[in-house]
Design a protein around this ligand. Sequence first.
Ligand code: CA
Length: 567
Amino acid sequence: MFDFTKFFSTRATSQDQPIPGTSQVPNSAGGHAWPLDEWARLDRFLVLGSEGGTYYIGERQLTIENAANVQRCIASDGLRTLARIVAISDSGRAPKNDPAIFSLAMAAKLGDETTRRAAYAALPKVCRTGTHLMHFAEYAQGFGGWGRGMRKAVGAWFNTKPAADLAFQLAKYQARDGWSNRDLLRLAHPRAASPSHDRLFSWAVSGQLPAGADSDPACQLIVAMTRLKTMTDATAVAALIREQRIPRECVPTEWLTKPAIWEALLEAMPMTALIRNLATMTRVGLLAPGSAATDRVVAQLRDTQRLRKARLHPIAILAALVTYQSGRGVKGSGTWMPVARIVDALDAAFYASFGMIEPSGSRTLLALDVSGSMGCGYVAGAAGLTPRIASAAMALVTAATEPAYTFLAFDTSTTVLSISPRQRLDDVVKTIEALPMAGTDCSLPMIWAKQHGIDVDTFCVYTDNETWAGNVHPAQALRAYRDARGIPAKLVVVGMTSNGFSIADPNDAGMLDVVGFDTSTPPVIADFARATGSDPILTSLERRRGPATAAGESTPLRHLGSKLSWC
Ligand code: CA
């Protein structure tokens, strides 16, 4: 008998071929995967961005692909696109807000009349700070000039803020990335909503304190800032900073080497600024073992309510932890002695920033793709934080929630990892960094569990979906596992880059594609793991994922030959 099925079978297909009868397309690595539908890809872009590209897809190409996808979403349903942008931006689910701001600018400039109006209405929700607004102006310029809608919306952004809040925004973010408040106000030319707004606009445009500012409560911050420039006594400077809650950006840099000034700044310091300035405050001597300021910082980092309110993203905390613990700055900003209690508090803050997650109780295999391609690029531009390392941190959140989990690292072979959420994150990072890198076979977690007779209800695979080295596809390996063990096991694919591929079969209700580094991913994994066939959560997740699309355009191979063996 000639075995035709050796070459053509729906049960076992080499990854260099598509599974017959499916919509699989070539991925970037010489393997095959399913194309993501446009809405799932929009989510990936909003959370992961395209900065730095991937191992296979350059930054330029990845940006073009994602922007074209945003445009397709806007054309097919502008309001649905805006709802996604606002949902992901406003809840702080993404490490960076720029992909949301960029997508909003596209909707405002390229959408139909209804979409444009809704996009401008959403401006204050997505652009919450002066920097966000300046980025919006820059992105919008790429799609057209300053029309009436744009002028009105930017003018309203300034006018609808209470005057004291506006003063804070104008003082803290005077200019960013080639844009200043003066530029924005001159172009939008809004009529001031109140005499206080008028004074603040006048200050932002001319740099001079206008008449009546001294006696206007809304102008006290800018009055204090102006006084600060002429002051020479550190005690008086610190007192004024405390009294007017002056942010660091408004303090002349020569004062920023003094512990007393930082101590004053610390009192009203927002969480984001706090974690960014931990190293500086340690270097100047304010944060030291046993100091009162250390107590204060530790208490703030352990304040769960405050963390959530600040929308502090876990990736930002992880980046801060890894840098702070190392004791040296990335861009030559000196060295410091990290305070152990602060490192521990950052570690706890990382887990707390995801909020409460109800465990699913399912037996979970957390499988980390540690292949070469996962070691390329930095998550949200955070130096040293590769997708390979950050996916371990994401998986630890599920490990901290679930009572029964196993960690497995895979490339073209498997390694059981003895990492746990009881370890500090920087130790886990070192463990992952020390693993060798090779090619990619995403079917290995399921094959490994079957070979070793291990009961798994939920496989979570953290990957860039660029699988190519296996003799069967991951979806086929999952079905073989279900048949062999009699367990209706599920597969959650946690996508770690914003490419357009997934190893999850969109026609199998037991497979789900989610976005890595999205703060809502761990609770979604738990919900999906808990759901049964008739469970509304499963069906609603199914619906959200949408129907499978036809084969998309294929991406040409950028790396060939020997390089593939280690990525
Ligand atoms: Ca790979």
